[in-house]
Design a protein. Sequence first.
Length: 343
Amino acid sequence: MNLSTPHALQPFWDLTLSAVRADALRIALEWKLFDLLQVPTSAHLIARQLELDPANTGFWLEALWSMDLLQRDERQPPLYRNTPVASDYLRSDATDYCGDAWTFRLRGMRRFGNQLGEQVRAGQPDSQPTDMTTTIDNWTAAARLQIAQEQRAVTVDVALRLTALIPEFSQARRLLDLGGGPGLVAIALVRDNPLLSGEVFDFEKTVEVAAANIQRAGLEQRLSVRGGNLASDPIGDGYDVIWCSSVLHFVPDLPATLAKIHAALRPGGVLISAHAEIPADPEHAQRVMPYYLSMQMLGRHVTEAGGLSDALQQAGFSHIDSYPEVAFAVAPVSVLVARRSAS
């Protein structure tokens, strides 16, 4: 008899505990705790600096230690300092700071969770119009801050590792970053390939964010922006590579959009699609479903595993390479590298 074997209900008890861990991190970010813990520091000093109760501050730091966000030494009382992940991603002055993005996702998930019962009960009315102005404003604000943080900390590295696996990339000349938001993926790719130039496509207001980032990077001679609506406006043509990440979920007509992307590639060109799909087994599906459930309930395109590959083939793409379960911000995605025939 193994008395340490978890009860069958333990995974569901863990769900209740995760809310406390999330709030422990939330207030740490709000109070910029990790900025104070680059050097070993006592709970008493943290409490004094942040005007907190000393005893409860100690318990809070212990909770963060249990989450592998803090290290502590063996003395009593202990001194705490950041772990590498806290130092790299949760200090407000870190290059890859992702605290605003994490808080943004937490608030979004909690807002959806609070509405879940009503969503299941009432559904999404077919007559409810989409306020495009609000959508564009929200996306532009996110591109300026939270999406930029995630691209800088996560997406850029994934894109560089993927393009290193694609033989065509080293000889590519023209790039389209489709729905590129802040444009940091395009910036990283043209820096990685000295032959490459291209465009970032997004809404008119959003590409202003990308244009500013391109200017700061000193790449105005190699990258430009194109504003418009993917559903109705031209995206250009003759591209060797199109990067498209978490965009296809939101288009009104998926087959038409894939046909448009196919036509924008030159013969032999490559589409790199990074989008979540729902895996066939529950162990993998549980990593994807919580984040994408809200999109499904809003009627967005979140295909079952293999569905997007089938849609790409129907749009005329061939020689499709598949990279399932690619680690990405929030939840894994399925990456498909699809080609327009050279003939």
